[in-house]
Every structure is written in C-alpha cells, then in structure tokens.
Design a protein around this ligand. Sequence first.
Ligand code: SAH
Length: 220
Amino acid sequence: MSLEDIKDKFKEKREEMVNTQLIRRGLVDTNVLRAMRETPRHIFAGSGNSDNAYADMALDIGMHQTISQPYMVAVMTELLELSRSDKVLEIGTGSGYQAAVLSAIVSTVCTVERIESLAEDARRKFSDLGYKNISVKIADGTLGWLEESPFDKIIITAAAPDIPAPIIKQLAPRGIIVAPVGDRRAQSLLKLVKDGAHVTKTYHVPCIFVPLLGKYGWDS
Ligand code: SAH
C-alpha cells in the first residue's frame, strides 16, 4: 500500500468525525478542520484501536497513557490560533497524533516525551508517514526545550498543577500556551496569552488528562 493509500484509508470516517464531532460542536478554524480531515489517526491509535480510531473518545496507547478524544485535540489546536509560520512546542508526544495535526498547519513542531518507547514509536511513525517538520526529544518536558526556544505557541497535553515556569520563559513575546491545568483528577483548558511582560489567562472546557510528571509537574 502506498503512503497516499494509507493516508486515504478511512477518509469518509474522518469526514464524518469532523462534521459530527467538531463542526457540530462549534469549531470553525478551517486549518484545524483540514488538519483533522487529513491526519491518519488510525495509524497513531495503533492496531489495537483500529475499530475506534475515529470514535468520539480517548484511546489507550499503552504505558498507562492515552490519545485524547478528537474534539479535545481540535479544541486545543484551535485555541492556539496557529499561523503557517509558527514554531510550536508540544509537551507529551504520546502517540504523536497531536504533533501530526499541528504539523499539517505550522512550519515547525518540536515535541518532548518522557517515556522512551512512546517517543521512539512516534518518531518511526513520523518518518514512515513522511512528516518532515517534527522533531522529537526524550526528556522531562516541564523544562521545555531551551535550545529550540523561543516558541510562538506551546501546547501541554498532560495535566499540570500549573504552567511550568521554564515553559513561560521559552514562549515568544506574543505567544500562546494551551494546557489542561487543575488537580490530578480534573482540569480545565487554560489559555495563556503573552503580550510583552503582560500575561492573560482564560479557562475553557473541562477535561481529564494523564498527569504531567517531572520537575515542574507532579512528583509521581
Ligand atoms: N499528545 C498525545 C497524548 C498525550 S498523553 C497524543 O496526541 O497522543 C500525555 C503524554 O505526556 C504521555 O505520553 C506522558 O508520558 C507524557 N508526559 C507526562 N509528563 C511528561 C513530561 N514531564 N515530559 C514529557 N512528556 C510527559
């Protein structure tokens, strides 16, 4: 099967996912809807999830980690207000699906994952599928990725007690961070907008993510 055939598989399911789960719930950013139509979630979800890859739910990807529900991926992506020229940092590569969605919209994606096997699997999928603008680093993402900073946009895809201080420092002067912030059991999506020295925070949809573990996250 060619790469295009692999990507084309389940095209109708993706179209239905976009119409019923995203547009019907109010998402409007045309770049986000296009990226969600294009990105082969079934590849990132893994063979054990092939029946549910486009269902309205989060999926288990092993190592006690999950790939977020399509709606949550799309909402977070829309809140980032992405432009083509953006350089984006993601903390929590997981399956690589969110990074792939971002990479269809922006110029550069840098993603950090603390679990080596997940990072390696995601790296292989990006390479097999021909994604050329995604770099993966195995590290504690609560420290950000200093060498690649500053970032126009930053997305944290694990639940944080607060936005780690190093990450705010690595955000460009007019950048945006989106992250699930709250306690370990329940969070809300926080959008932080930097405007020079000034920072504005707004809270959006309630959500439940696996914990962000590390120096500026939870201990264990
Ligand atoms: N964005 C992913 C889903 C993320 S699940 C996707 O699209 O599939 C949350 C991920 O965050 C898990 O893989 C977990 O291992 C990772 N994680 C938790 N704490 C981290 C940290 N400090 N640095 C990097 N990754 C972390």
